[in-house]
Every structure is written in structure tokens, then in C-alpha cells.
Design a protein around this ligand. Structure first.
Ligand code: NAP
Length: 788
């Protein structure tokens, strides 16, 4: 037996143990030195190993699928245990104990043994019953039987497989004998029990080799005959002919000479035993292998005969794509919205890709939960530094795929650095608290505290309009809290999310910690959010999709950052020059495609005309054009269909009595920034989320009316008021139904550390790293019931 298994290896431990090499990859450092990355496995699992010294030399001595003796020291590297190898040496298969590399039966060996004994105690022939009892009394034999595998290559090749096979064979025997006359059930049962019993020793190579050259096929027959001889010798008056019949069952059970059987079956019972043995083996082999090789039952079955159990059965995942970029023939084209040119393509994930991502993420959740806070801080901190160093590249990418002007692209890239940096800091601050249980009348001698734990797998679904920073707002806190994440970016803008994923992996995030799945939300979204392995869904996007996700998600934590039609109130005492300057920013930034974009401007009647006059030149000065041109103030909308939609909503309002004071009209995917006056609350550009570069102006008489108009919406994300009157400002702060309120500014303002989120149908839950880590974690209560 091995003295050390992969799963038991701890940080700093000296390692000297046997493993199977599941992967061997050669690498070269930046300085030009060779190194090897190995994936080593045994029955407990797997561990990575790195060979830094003498990599070329050592690497020549062994290959993938070889058994090796590895000496070195374990170290925790980026949250994963790894062996720094000093020496690695190929070891001959015959020196390896198979049980060190085999998985276990799905059934409990103790219960299987009990069931087997109960069946055999039904034997009526007293001599055969005595033979069975003699075997049961042999504690060492029973111990070996409980653990031995059924075969090395063909069927039941896992620990306790022999017992599993023997038991199902006896059950099959019972079923078959019901159909025939004159079958000796007792001889069949004892034959079934003992037909492979020699295998308990066959899996100790030393003994098997004593009997056969290969130590394999014939060995167990010889050994079980010898064992049966010994047991029979202990039973008084065991008839010789009966002993011959029992041994015939054993030596003929392979049915032909091909597997080393010295005899063909000569009796009906021996034929039945041979056939049922073969049947059970085949059933098990076919049922087991297709799991590994879907869709190829027969090939899998036949191949099974030809391959060594070492290579066939240890749970290896050759297909592990975690941390790798996966190509697919099905693509999504990512276009520059300004000229529709294709800037890149990304794979279009389907249900199978989602399933893989879920499997990796589930594994990743365990890996992430084991990282301690400092490690998580280090990874996120490093990622933030790398993002800062690549600001221009990220800014350009955001701008190209989303359409926002380059200054906004750079600004978003800078903000994303703050978001990831803030998340790193929160990784260090996530903690529980003591709870004063003795403050309760029944709380004496109780000590209580809370523990914060990760949720597990987080599904992070992001919209197109801030393709980097809104992804960072989900991924950063999720990782900070020790979760794994599956990111689903918007199909229009997946490139920034992929870049963030790449940076996080480069910064040392464990490969299974993040999966970025590009694909249509309509195709894979429902399955992602409904899956039970996902424990938290964090979504930013439209109200409609948000509502669908809430219905689909089932019982799991959900955060919803949804849309809005944010109002801004302009009181008669406001500084109108400032108001118009601010509104020309907060109503039109990112071509109005910001969830908190100012959409409804509610203005006191007394200053309504003056404000319109003040706004007109400022909005008309917002030059439109190619977003990558530094002179453009407004770029295209995310796609032409969006510009067409905005145009139709504004035309509809104008057709119903509203007035276009500035801008309006479309050039391809660009909509010219517009001011629409005399808008009634029931018009679509006031009632629904416009998400375009226009504001809807509506007059009011009193502050009460203004607040009522502001609140007359299903949404409640952000709102603003311009006034110098502290009473009006406070009334607004108390009564306006929105999650983010601004006094003397428009609705669109955010720094990334603040708690951010909506009321009403704008959603629930807060973002901003400090608040989001709470949403991304669960609270456990621990109570100590003390004696004093
Ligand atoms: P969207 O159409 O709702 O899409 C958002 C995300 O959901 C995309 O990744 C989309 O994938 C995915 N999705 C679509 N169907 C899905 C399903 N059945 N299950 C799961 N996911 C699904 O929103 P958008 O047009 O990208 O973004 C604009 C909206 O986001 C606006 O309403 C805006 O107000 C809101 N928003 C809110 C905030 C906030 O913080 N409150 C911030 C920014 C934006 P596909 O792209 O593949 O369809």
C-alpha cells in the first residue's frame, strides 16, 4: 500500500510516493529554462507537480501513463497543492499495488457481504453449507473479499468489485434456476460464490506471480482450487465426488481455453455458471463504460477487453477545459456598432458547454473556498494592477465593441480597476461577529458567533452597456467571497469579459475559479439560472429578462440590477446654467445607454421655458461620430435596431403632441441627441425605459406634484433634484422612490465603492464591493452550549 495519497498531501510536506502520470507537459520559462508540469493521480484524486530542475533529463525517463516514484516537497501555490519535484523515476507496473489506483464500488461492501452470506446460508446440502461457513469463518479471506476488485481489465475493475460481481451472479442464478427442472442449485450457488475467489490474492502481485507467468488469468483458478482443497480438508466426510464437482465449477467457469480455463464446462450447472458469469461481466462493462465514452457502447465494450485497468478506470478527465480557451465551429460575430465591421468572433456555447462549465465551476467552488482571504486578496490585487497597466487596451476594446466614445471607454477601464481593487480589499474584511446570546432570558452559558461562507457557484449575467465594469462588479466580489463564477456576458459585447477572465487567470486565479461562457442568453440562460448547482445568480439587465430569471431560478440567492426611466426634478430656485450643463452629460453619456441615464426632466413651470432655452445649445453641441475619434462626444448606439427603436418612440411622442426642441433623427446606428418638450407621463418616452440619447421634459406646479410624477413609475433606480432649498432637498430624499438620490446633480452619477441598486422593479440587492460581498456569501450561526 502507498503510504501517502494525493488527497492527503499537505503544505510543506515532504513527498516520496508512487503515482500514475496522467499528463506531462513541457514548458519554457521567460528566461529560457525548461520545466515540466505533471498531473499525478492515484485512487484518492490528483495533484499537480512541477519539475524545475533537470527537467529535460528527468523527463526522458518516463512518459504519460507510466507509474512513477516522485520525491519532492508539497507547496500551496495559488490555492492549489502542488509538488515541487526533486526526483522522478519510472516504476515497473508489477511493483504497484493496484488497489492504490482503483476507485471504489458504489455499494457498501459490508451490506453486500451480509446479503451474500444470507443467500449462501440457504444452501441445503450440509457439506456445501459447511464449505460456505468455513469460508465465512476465515476472517482474512472475508476481509480480502470485501476489498478486492472484480477484474483488472474487463468488468468490475474497482475496489469491492469482486464482491459486487459475486453477489449479482448469485442473484442471477436464482432467477435462472426457476425456469428449469433438475438443476442443482446448491452446487451453482457454491460455484458462483467461489468461482473468482482466488482473485482476492491475484491482486497481490507477489502471490499471483508464484502461480503463473503473467500472474493474471490462470492465477486465480489455481489459487481458488488450492483454497477450496484446504477448506474441504477441514470438513469431516466431505464426499470426494462433490469436491470434484465444486472444483469443476471453478476451473471451467471461463468456458473456453481462451482465458486460460483448463476445462470446458461438462455439467449443466457449469454451463450456467460460465454463461451467467459472462453475462454479468458484460452487463457491468457496458453499463459502466459508456459514461466515459458517450454514444459508443460497443466500441467501449470491446476496447475494454484490450486495455489495462490502470488506464481505463481511474477517474481521469482528459477533456478538462477549465482554464483553457475553447474553440467551436458555431460562432457569434462581435461587431463595431459604428460601421458594423466584424471585430472578432466568439464561440456560441450550447447546453453541453454549459454542463461542462457547471461541472468545472462546482469543482472550482471547492477550490475557491479553500483559498484563504490573503490569497484571494493577492489574486484580485494583482489583477487590478494588470488592468491598470493595460488601461488603454481595455478602453479601446470597450469602446470598439460597445460603441461608447473612447474617453468613456478609458473611464470605464479605470473604474473597473477600482472595482477589482475594492473587491480585493473586501476579501480581507469578510467576517462574522459574536452574538450576545446571554442577552436572552434563556441564553445563559451560551456562546454564539456567525461565520460568513461563500455561496458556491455564482452565475454572473451581464448587460452590454458596461461590458467590463459591470462584469467586474459581479466577478470581483464573487471571487473575494470565495465563490467560483460562471460569467455570461452580453452577446453584443463579450470581448471585455473574456479579457477580464484572461487577466484573472494570469493573475493566478485557479482555472476552475472562473468560466466565461459566451452564447445567447435566450438559448442557455434558462438552464444556467435554473441549475441547482448554481447557488447565486447576479443579474444586470432589462426588467423583462430579470423577471424571467426570478421565475426560473428557483430557490437560490438572486441579485437584480434592472432598468429605469430616471427622473430629475428642477425646482424654481435652481441654477439653470448648471442644470443644463449637468443634464447634457447625465442624459446623453454612452448615447443614453446607461441604466441611470436622466430620462425624465420634471421642471417647475416658472423656469420651464428658460431651461429649454438653456439646454438646446448645449445638447446641440454634442457632436456625434465614430466613437474612436477623440472629437466625438456621442458615439453610435449598440446596434442600428436600437437607434431605429429610439427614433420610433420619439416620433410617436411628437405625433401625440410633444415637441422636438433639439436634435432627433438617425444616421445608421447614431441617434442625434434630442430634447423632447411637453411630454405627458403616459407617453412611452416617459413611461418606459428609453435607453437612448434623449430627455423628456415635463412641467409641474408644486414639489408635491413633482415628487408624485417622479414616483409615477414601476422603476426606482436613481433620481435627482436641483434646488438650493434644504427643506425641498430633504423632502425629496425622504419621499423619492429610488435607490440612488442626488441633490444638485443629475441621476447619472456613481463611484464604484458606493452601495448601488434599485427599488421597486429596478431590482433588489446592492452592488459596490463592500455590499456585494455580503450578497455573495451566506451567514452561518454557531452556538457553543457551555457548562460554565
Ligand atoms: P438584457 O437584454 O436584459 O440582457 C442582459 C443579459 O441577460 C445578457 O447577457 C443576455 O444575453 C442575458 N439573457 C438574455 N436572456 C436571458 C435568459 N433567458 N436567461 C438568462 N440570461 C439572459 O439587457 P441589455 O440590453 O444587455 O442591457 C440593457 C438593460 O440593462 C437596460 O434595461 C438597463 O437599464 C439595464 N442595466 C441595469 C443596470 C443596473 O445596475 N441596474 C446597469 C446596466 C444596465 P444575450 O446578450 O445573449 O441576449
Amino acid at each position: 500500500m502507498k503510504s501517502l495519497y494525493a488527497a492527503d498531501i499537505r503544505d510543506n510536506q515532504l513527498v516520496d510516493a508512487l503515482f500514475l502520470v496522467a499528463a506531462k507537459n513541457h514548458g519554457v520559462t521567460k528566461g529560457g529554462s525548461s520545466y515540466l508540469t505533471l498531473r499525478l493521480i492515484d485512487r484518492s484524486g490528483e495533484i499537480e507537480a512541477r519539475v524545475w530542475d533537470r527537467a529535460d533529463d528527468l523527463g526522458r525517463g518516463f512518459d504519460k501513463n507510466d507509474f512513477v516514484r516522485v520525491r519532492g516537497q508539497a507547496t500551496l501555490y495559488q490555492g492549489k497543492m502542488q509538488i515541487r519535484v526533486q526526483d522522478v523515476l519510472r516504476v515497473d507496473e508489477s511493483k504497484v499495488a493496484p488497489e492504490d489506483f482503483l476507485p471504489k464500488s458504489a455499494f457498501d461492501p459490508e451490506s453486500m457481504l451480509e446479503e451474500l452470506q444470507a443467500i449462501l446460508r440457504g444452501i441445503k446440502n450440509p457439506h456445501l453449507l459447511a464449505l460456505a461457513e468455513a469460508c465465512f469463518a476465515d476472517a482474512e479471506l472475508m476481509h480480502l473479499l470485501k476489498h478486492a476488485p472484480g477484474a483488472k481489465t474487463i468488468h468490475h475493475p474497482y475496489l469491492s468489485g469482486l464482491l459486487e460481481h459475486t453477489l449479482s451472479l448469485l442473484k442471477l442464478i436464482h432467477k435462472v434456476v426457476e425456469n428449469y427442472r433438475d438443476i442443482d442449485v446448491d452446487i451453482l450457488l457454491i460455484g458462483g460464490f467461489l468461482h473468482d475467489i482466488g482473485k482476492v490474492h491475484e491482486f497481490s502481485f507477489d502471490r499471483a506471480v508464484e502461480y503463473t507467468d503473467a500472474g493474471q488469468l490462470l492465477g486465480h483458478l489455481v489459487m481458488e482450487v488450492e483454497m477450496v482443497n484446504q477448506k474441504i480438508a477441514m470438513i469431516p466426510d466431505f464426499p470426494e465426488e462433490l469436491a470434484m464437482l465444486v472444483k469443476h465449477m471453478l476451473v471451467s467457469h471461463h468456458g473456453a481455453y481462451e482465458f486460460g480455463s483448463p476445462k470446458l464446462p461438462q455439467t449443466v450447472e457449469a454451463v450456467i455458471l460460465h454463461s451467467l458469469d459472462d453475462l454479468d461481466g458484460k452487463i457491468q462493462a457496458i453499463q459502466n463504460l459508456p459514461e466515459k465514452e458517450p454514444g459508443s457502447k460497443w466500441t467501449a465494450f470491446h476496447r475494454a477487453y484490450g486495455r489495462s485497468f490502470y488506464r481505463a478506470t481511474v477517474g481521469r478527465d482528459e477533456d478538462n477545459q477549465a482554464g483553457n480557451w475553447v474553440e467551436k465551429p458555431e460562432k457569434i460575430e462581435v461587431t463595431n456598432p459604428f460601421d458594423n465591421s466584424v471585430i472578432d468572433t466568439v464561440p456560441r456555447a450550447d447546453a453541453q458547454d454549459l454542463e461542462k462549465a457547471l461541472v468545472y465551476a462546482e469543482r472550482g467552488a471547492k477550490v475557491m473556498a479553500k483559498l484563504w482571504s490573503y490569497e484571494r486578496w493577492k489574486i484580485l490585487r494583482k489583477a487590478a494592477d494588470m488592468m491598470a497597466a493595460r488601461n488603454e487596451e481595455l478602453g479601446q476594446l470597450i469602446s470598439k465593441e460597445e460603441g461608447k466614445i473612447i474617453a468613456e471607454g478609458r473611464g470605464e477601464a479605470n473604474r473597473a480597476v477600482e472595482t477589482i481593487m475594492g473587491s480585493a480589499e473586501e476579501a480581507k474584511r469578510l467576517h462574522g461577529e459574536t452574538v450576545p446570546l446571554d442577552a436572552d432570558p434563556t441564553g445563559s452559558k451560551k456562546l454564539g458567533f456567525t461565520l460568513r461562507i461563500p455561496c458556491g457557484v455564482v452565475a454572473a449575467i451581464a448587460p452590454f452597456n458596461f461590458p467590463l465594469n459591470l462584469v467586474a462588479h459581479k466577478v470581483g466580489p464573487a471571487l473575494a467571497a470565495g465563490n467560483s463564477v460562471i460569467v455570461k456576458p452580453a452577446s453584443d459585447t463579450p470581448l471585455s469579459a473574456l479579457k477580464l477572465t484572461e487577466i484573472l487567470l494570469e493573475a493566478g486565479l485557479p482555472a476552475e475559479g472562473i468560466q466565461c461562457l459566451t452564447g445567447s442568453g435566450g438559448e442557455i440562460g434558462d438552464a444556467l439560472v435554473a441549475d441547482r448547482r448554481v447557488r447565486k445568480v447576479t443579474f444586470t439587465g432589462s426588467r423583462e429578462i430579470g423577471e424571467r430569471i426570478c421565475r426560473t431560478a428557483g430557490i437560490k440567492k438572486v441579485t437584480m440590477e434592472l432598468g429605469s426611466n430616471s427622473p430629475v426634478i428642477v425646482m424654481p430656485d435652481a441654477d439653470l446654467d448648471k442644470v443644463s450643463t449637468v443634464l447634457a452629460m447625465t442624459g446623453y453619456g454612452n448615447a443614453g445607454q446607461t441604466c441611470i441615464s436622466t430620462q425624465r426632466v420634471l421642471t417647475a413651470k416658472k423656469v420651464y421655458g428658460d431651461l429649454l432655452s438653456s439646454m438646446k445649445p448645449k445638447v446641440e453641441a454634442l457632436t456625434t461620430g465614430n466613437q474612436l475619434d477623440e472629437k466625438s462626444k456621442i458615439g453610435p448606439m449598440v446596434k442600428e435596431s436600437e437607434a431605429i427603436r429610439v427614433d420610433s418612440w420619439i416620433s410617436e411622442a411628437v405625433g401625440s403632441g410633444a415637441r422636438l426642441v433639439a436634435g432627433g433623427g438617425r444616421r445608421g446606428s447614431i441617434y442625434l441627441p434630442a430634447v423632447v418638450a411637453d411630454v405627458r407621463p403616459d407617453m412611452r418616452i416617459s413611461r418606459d425605459e428609453l435607453f437612448g440619447p434623449a430627455v423628456a421634459m415635463t412641467p409641474f406646479e408644486t414639489i408635491e406634484e413633482a415628487i408624485a410624477l417622479a414616483n409615477d413609475s414601476i422603476y426606482g433606480l436613481a433620481a435627482g433634484i436641483f434646488t438650493e432649498n434644504v427643506e425641498w432637498a430633504m423632502k425629496f430624499a425622504r419621499e423619492a422612490e429610488a435607490g440612488n438620490l442626488h441633490v444638485n446633480w443629475g441621476s447619472q452619477w456613481r463611484v464604484d465603492l458606493m452601495p448601488y441598486g434599485g427599488l421597486k422593479e429596478s431590482g433588489f440587492g446592492k452592488e459596490g464591493p463592500k455590499y456585494a460581498v455580503q450578497e455573495m456569501s451566506e451567514l452561518k450561526m454557531v452556538v457553543f452550549h457551555l457548562n460554565s
